[in-house]
Design a protein around this ligand. Structure first.
Ligand code: CA
Length: 234
C-alpha cells in the first residue's frame, strides 16, 4: 500500500488567504483541509491523519495560541507532536510566537508568499519523516526512545538516566529542533507534587549533558537558547 499523502490542516478565517494557501498546497501535491474556527482544530487532529497544522493566530472564536496550547496538552502524545506553523498579522503576535512559550514549530508573518509557506510545510514534513516512528519506538539520529520501556538508547547502548533526565530527553526527542521552554519541560517532566522545587531544569540538563558526553555524544546535541529554553539538534 502506498503511504498516505501528507495532509495539512489550515485554520484561517480570511477566505482569500485560506483559498490561496489551499491552492498552493494542493498544486504541490499535498492534501489540504480548511476550517474557520479554532474549536474545530483539536477534534480534527485527534480524528487522525493530519501531518501539519497551519494556524492563524487571529481566529474568530479563540486565539491560535489557545488552540496550540490545547493541542500540546491533549491526552494523546501524537496529537501533542503535530507540527504547528502560525500565521501572524501583528508584531505583538510575532513576539509571542518568537518567545515560543507555546512550542510553535515555525511562523509566517502576513502578508506571506504561499510558495514560502509550502516550503516551510515541506521542511516540517521532512523533519517528521526523518524522526522515524514505529509503535512505541521513536528514533532520531543516534537516539532511540522506547516509551514503553522508559529507556533511551544512544548508538544502541541504553543510557543510565534518572527519571527527570529521562523525561527531559524524551520531551526533547519527541520534537527535534523545537525550542522547549523551561516551563514546558517542567510540565512534561515533573509531577504536580514534585518534591524538587529547588531543583531546576538547568541542573538536570547539566547532568544529562555529562552523561551524553560520556556516551560519546560530541558535539553536544542539546542546544541552549538563552532566555527561551532548550532544543535537540534537529
Ligand atoms: Ca484571522
Amino acid at each position: 500500500m502506498l503511504p498516505a499523502m501528507p495532509l495539512i490542516l489550515i485554520a484561517e478565517d480570511e477566505s482569500a488567504i485560506a483559498d490561496t494557501v489551499l491552492y498552493a498546497l494542493r498544486s504541490e501535491g499535498l492534501e489540504a483541509e480548511h476550517c474557520l474556527l479554532g474549536r474545530e482544530v483539536v477534534p480534527r487532529v485527534r480524528a487522525g491523519g493530519v501531518d501539519v497544522v497551519v494556524l492563524d493566530v487571529g481566529l474568530p472564536d479563540r486565539s491560535g495560541f489557545d488552540v496550540c496550547r490545547e493541542l500540546r496538552s491533549a491526552p494523546e502524545a501524537w496529537v501533542n507532536e503535530v507540527p504547528v506553523i502560525f500565521l501572524t498579522a501583528r508584531n505583538d503576535e510575532i513576539d509571542r510566537v518568537l518567545g515560543l512559550e507555546l512550542g510553535a514549530d515555525d511562523y509566517m508573518a502576513k502578508p506571506f508568499s504561499p510558495r514560502e509557506l509550502v516550503a516551510r510545510v515541506r521542511a516540517r514534513l521532512r523533519r517528521s519523516q526523518a524522526s522515524g516512528e514505529t509503535g512505541q519506538i521513536t528514533t532520531h539520529g543516534d537516539f532511540e526512545l522506547d516509551r514503553e520501556g522508559h529507556r533511551i538508547r544512544f548508538r544502541g547502548m541504553a543510557l543510565e538516566l534518572t527519571r527527570y533526565e529521562y523525561m527531559l530527553l524524551a520531551a526533547l526527542l519527541q520534537r527535534p529542533g523545537a525550542i522547549l521552554s523551561r516551563a514546558q519541560l517542567m510540565d512534561r517532566g515533573w509531577d504536580s507534587d514534585a518534591d524538587s522545587a529547588d531543583r531546576t531544569v538547568d541542573t538536570h540538563i547539566k547532568t544529562l549533558r555529562a552523561k551524553l558526553r560520556a556516551a560519546g555524544a560530541d558535539p553536544d546535541p542539546i542546544r541552549t537558547h538563552r532566555g527561551l529554553g532548550y532544543a535537540l539538534e534537529a
